[in-house]
Design a protein around this ligand. Structure first.
Ligand code: SAM
Ligand code: SF4
Length: 330
């Protein structure tokens, strides 16, 4: 049964217009705050096919979703990721306003042009440090030169780029200011992210937790931060850095909670619809897709709208969920 209203409103009246679709839970890196060194990934048979992902995207856009972000795991680690982007890109201008991607950039040199042609204009790239040794330490498997080359390729094809940097006490805190300045030189915005307690990792997250309230004070001592009206409906707040001309976003779900304005839901690579990053509850869209009932996906999404929780209750000392950020899609 399709609901009377095509638009998605959750039980608290929040309009859901933004969906993050995970293409894979796999990754070619093992960032310490994200994953344990040894991870079990989903068998390929459990993940949605390209066609199923396209069907879901069309179903969401028909229900008023205007922004889709492809993520993971590392979305570009999935073979055919650009084909998926091209398929979803056909919805641009037909209900979909924006198709974006979050990537670690390790494979971006090969795919930047294809993604641009698919209609992606803006991407988020994760880069926690520009120091090669620290990069190897944080990502365990990553190669900084390759990532910087991917970033250069993305810049060349004309993406608008935002760098995502997880703030890690004692690891990259001294690099925040230089990173902001480098981003300004490159024409990029920067978002700083507080570590979130999602999934078991090999370390104690509290050791590396850096409250962004403290970082904001330090940045304000050096630069004039003008509050920006830019909002994404997520936990990020943005400031224009007057002297540098770029924008800095602070994603601080721990020190500031903005769940009341939440506009998003996330679909894992195996088709579980998660209504909140910080809760286990989910609705099985893969079962709906494979049921043979054309109305089943809409019905499952409606069910999810009635169950989206009011807010997360992150506590850094205990993982809020057993699943890692790489499963839900960051
Ligand atoms: N692999 C891609 C990447 O790294 O950009 C996309 C997926 S990754 C899960 C998305 C974002 O989540 C990245 O910016 C990453 O730094 C961030 N992230 C992963 N685990 C996190 C955690 N526990 N707390 C905060 N941010 C996290
Ligand atoms: Fe991979 Fe992204 Fe997680 Fe790093 S943050 S391990 S790149 S999914």
């Amino acid at each position: 049964m399709t609901s009377a209203s095509p638009v998605l409103n959750d039980q608290f009246g929040r309009r859901i217009s933004y969906v993050r679709l995970s293409l894979t839970d796999r990754c070619d890196m093992r960032c310490r705050y994200c994953m344990a060194e040894t991870m079990e990934f989903l068998p390929r048979s459990e993940i949605l096919s390209h066609e199923e992902i396209g069907t879901l995207a069309r179903a969401f856009v028909a229900r008023g979703v205007t922004r889709i972000r492809l993520t993971g795991g590392e979305p570009l680690a999935r073979r055919g990721a650009v084909d998926v982007a091209r398929d979803i890109g056909r919805l641009l201008g037909k209900g979909l306003d924006e198709l974006t991607l979050t990537t670690n950039a390790s494979r971006l040199r090969d795919h930047a042009q294809g993604l641009r042609e698919a209609g992606v204009e803006r991407i988020n790239i994760s880069l926690d440090t520009r120091d090669p040794e620290k990069f190897s330490h944080i990502t365990r498997l990553g190669n900084l030169a390759r990532v910087l080359d991917g970033i250069a390729a993305a810049k060349d094809v004309g993406f608008r780029i935002k760098i995502n940097m997880v703030a890690l006490k004692g690891l990259n805190d001294q690099e925040i200011l230089p990173m902001l300045e480098w981003c300004a030189e490159q024409g990029f915005d920067l978002s700083l992210i507080e570590t979130m307690p999602l999934g078991m990792i090999d370390e104690d997250r509290t050791d590396r937790f850096l409250p962004l309230t403290q970082v904001q004070d330090e940045l304000s001592a050096r630069y004039s931060l003008i509050p920006s009206a830019h909002r994404t409906g997520g936990p990020a707040r943005y400031w224009q850095v007057q002297e540098l001309g770029n924008r800095i976003g602070l994603i601080s779900p721990l020190t500031a909670n903005f769940c009341e304005g939440c506009n998003r839901i996330r679909v894992s690579a195996s088709g579980q619809l998660y209504m909140c990053l910080g809760h286990e509850d989910n609705v099985d869209l893969r079962a709906a897709l494979r049921s043979g009932d054309p109305a089943a996906v809409d019905a499952a999404v409606d069910l999810a709208m009635g169950r989206k929780p009011r807010r997360h209750t992150f506590d850094l000392t205990t993982p809020a969920t057993a699943r890692h950020m790489s499963v839900t899609g960051g």
